[in-house]
Write a protein that binds this ligand. Structure first.
Ligand SMILES: [Cu+2]
Length: 124
C-alpha cells in the first residue's frame, strides 16, 4: 500500500510549492518602516531619511530619491547603507521647507533580488 500513498503525496507537494511561490517572491526587499514615517507628517524637518527593510541591502544597488511637491529632486547626496545595520538605508537631505515630499526607493537585497517603491511624507 506504499506506492499509492506516494503517488498521492507528490502532486500535493507540487501544488503547495506553486501556491507558496508568489508569497516567497514578495517577501524580498520589503520596506518595514521609515523616518519620517510613510505617509506621516513631522513638525521638525529631518536632516536624514532612514528607511528600514526586512533584509540586508547591497549598497551599490540601493538608492533613495526625494522630490518636492513640484517634482524637483532634493539634495545631491547618495543613499548609504548603515554600516551597523545593513537593513537600514539612509539619505542625508538639506533643510526641508514645509511641504509634501515624495520618496522613491530602490534596493537590492543580499540574495540579488531587487525591489522598489514610493511613498510620501510631509513637513509642517
Ligand atoms: Cu530575495
Amino acid at each position: 500500500m506504499k506506492a499509492p500513498t506516494r503517488k498521492f503525496i507528490a502532486p500535493v507537494i507540487a501544488i503547495c510549492a506553486i501556491a507558496l511561490a508568489p508569497a516567497i517572491a514578495f517577501a524580498h526587499g520589503k520596506l518595514e518602516s521609515a523616518e519620517p514615517p510613510v505617509n506621516g507628517t513631522v513638525s521638525t524637518a529631518p536632516g536624514i531619511l532612514r528607511l528600514t527593510f526586512n533584509e540586508d541591502l547591497e549598497p551599490a544597488f540601493s538608492t533613495i530619491k526625494v522630490a518636492d511637491a513640484n517634482g524637483a529632486t532634493i539634495g545631491d547626496e547618495k543613499a548609504r547603507v548603515d554600516p551597523v545595520n545593513k537593513r537600514v538605508l539612509t539619505l542625508a537631505v538639506p533643510k526641508l521647507a514645509a511641504g509634501t515630499y515624495s520618496v522613491q526607493w530602490a534596493v537590492m537585497t543580499g540574495d540579488s533580488h531587487k525591489a522598489k517603491g514610493t511613498y510620501k511624507f510631509s513637513v509642517n
